[in-house]
Design a protein around this ligand. Sequence first.
Ligand code: DX5
Ligand code: ZN
Length: 219
Amino acid sequence: MIKVAPSVMCADYMRLGEHIRAVEEGGADWLHLDVMDGHFVPGFTFGADLIKQLRAVTHLPLDVHLMSDRPLEHMHDYLGLGIDMLTVHAEATYDLFRCVATVKRAGVRAGVALNPATPLSVLEDILPELDCVLIMTVAPGFIGQSLIPSALKKAGTLVRELKNNNMNHIQVVVDGGVKIHNIEQIAAQGIDGVVSGTGVFQLEDIPSGIREMKRRSLH
Ligand code: DX5
Ligand code: ZN
């Protein structure tokens, strides 16, 4: 069954507590927290203060998707907050090894994210060090975009490569444009998990929607 990580930036902030309870009730596997710096991507979202508050009200694992330039400087704001995973963008740093090592030294699982146009080859050397690869299936920065099919295909290629090299302990997760109606197509690529923002939080009944995603992933 596919793992579902709701993206908190798409929740209704005026009803955030209620929305967190709803995804917990639906069996969400972790919360995905998009941190944007207004530079690597155009918009801003939230930072350490909100994440600290979330940590206090939910037992779900927290995964910070750091969409920021100079991740090595910014990651320290998040590593001590009790988060479970931190993902940096391959495009945002020339020193992925140091980023990943710093995350792991803090006892946090390390992920690397790839934008839709970034090839898998950039992962070649770093792959054995990773806990997760986040394949962006939209250009990061905006919610509610449509999934880019070539990026999904790339995620499927990575899943197969990891399997062939006995590295399938490394999670492959796709982020962007994931909805109930395309989950079967995504799950068919053998992906471990999905991040879904508007696909979860704009539903009338959030818990049933998450359960439905998981159910359809088995087909
Ligand atoms: C995009 C973010 C995503 C976003 C997904 O920049 O990384 O996590 O919240 O939103 P949807 O699911 O609506 O594409
Ligand atoms: Zn994200």
